[in-house]
Design a protein around this ligand. Structure first.
Ligand code: SF4
Length: 341
């Protein structure tokens, strides 16, 4: 199988249609083979004429990633798949298998430039953006490897998706398109550290998937110490961009808040969080996800105590806020939130 040529799904559906002028049914046939019948090679696409198959084979790859290792948690059901790109770079996806389906946390970059100080991915030097096809490859191949359909996609793996917005949006387009995976936009979450102009741009481009904002601090000074690069965008500007996205897309917004022991987990921080979110005057108040920190060797943070995490939760719940605490999954694989390297 050729892995040097561009991935077929680095194109959009309109790009694919334009390859078959006057024969749009050919593009639909290709999509059926890729997404429904799961062809392993262009040669398998038996209802396409031989010259079309040969032409596609000469121009594109159907898969660009090779599964290099599959690790399974001994504690819960989390699976980590380590991929190799065509040029030998490695990165991971995290799978959360359920009874009849899987949720997958996909990566959008190899390494990350954003350097959030609590995050293992931020310690991995940035190599390059993943293409739309490579992002989709993680979903398509994971379904095959684990024998379960993907129902939920979380853009929460390695990388800042909005630092690779064009490929992320293209991949999300294939995920939701009827010609593609046909996943409901409400089952896809794009997580960002808050690149305000990019949030506005994806709203204008018509993206409809749910958005998760990694806020982690309710004032800019503290946020700068935790995530210095993202904190270049002041919190009010980021929240305004999220409101704009909410209004344009009609999608749900979640505020992600990692509880770092002794740093941002005090009652005063909970009060400030409520104050800041209220002052943003969202049309629909966002849900808050609290994430007790998953420790990473060599990084200067620790888990919150059970008491402080509980108090933080109770404070928000007491204010009638829609708040959840995320249960850690895949910690023993270093695959929990913020641990992927
Ligand atoms: S939290 Fe996201 S943006 Fe920040 S370093 Fe980790 S992967 Fe990069």
């Amino acid at each position: 199988m050729r892995r040097e040529a561009p991935h077929l799904l680095d194109q959009t559906y309109p790009d694919l249609l334009s390859r078959f002028p006057g024969e749009s049914y050919r593009a639909r046939q290709v999509c059926t083979w890729v997404f429904k019948r799961r062809a392993g090679a262009f040669e398998d696409m038996s209802d396409l004429p031989q010259d079309v198959r040969t032409d596609l084979e000469g121009r594109f790859s159907l898969f660009k990633l090779t599964p290099f290792d599959i690790e399974r948690s001994r504690v819960d059901r989390t699976v980590k798949i380590i991929w190799k790109t065509a040029e030998g770079l490695s990165f991971a996806s995290v799978i959360l298998p359920r009874e009849n389906y899987q949720s997958i946390c996909v990566s959008t970059q190899v390494g990350c430039k954003w350097g959030c100080r609590f995050c293992a991915s931020g310690t991995v030097p940035f190599k390059r953006n993943l293409s739309s096809g490579e992002i989709l490859d993680q979903v398509l191949q994971s379904e095959k490897l684990l024998g379960q359909k993907v129902r939920n996609v979380l853009f929460m793996g390695m990388g800042e998706p909005l630092a690779n917005a064009a490929e992320t949006v293209k991949a999300a387009g294939w995920m939701t398109a009827p010609e593609g995976l046909g996943i409901r936009p409400s089952r896809i979450v794009l997580s960002t550290t808050g690149i305000a102009p990019a949030i506005r741009r994806i709203a204008e481009e018509g993206l409809k998937v749910n958005l998760a904002l990694s806020l982690h601090a309710a004032n800019d000074e503290l946020r700068k110490t935790i995530m210095p690069r993202s904190a270049r965008f002041p919190i009010p500007e980021v929240l305004e961009a999220c409101k704009f996205y909410q209004a344009r897309s009609g999608a749900e917004l979640t505020i992600e808040y990692i509880l770092l022991g002794g740093v941002n987990d005090g009652l005063e921080h909970a009060e400030e969080l409520i104050r800041v979110l209220k002052s943003a005057r969202f049309a629909r108040m966002p849900k808050v996800n609290l994430i007790p920190y998953n420790p990473v060797n060599g990084l200067p943070y620790r888990e919150p105590s059970r008491k402080s995490a509980g108090r933080f939760f109770e404070f928000l719940a007491g204010k009638k806020w829609n708040v959840h605490t995320r249960r850690p999954q895949g910690q023993d694989l270093q695959a929990a939130c913020g641990q992927l390297a």
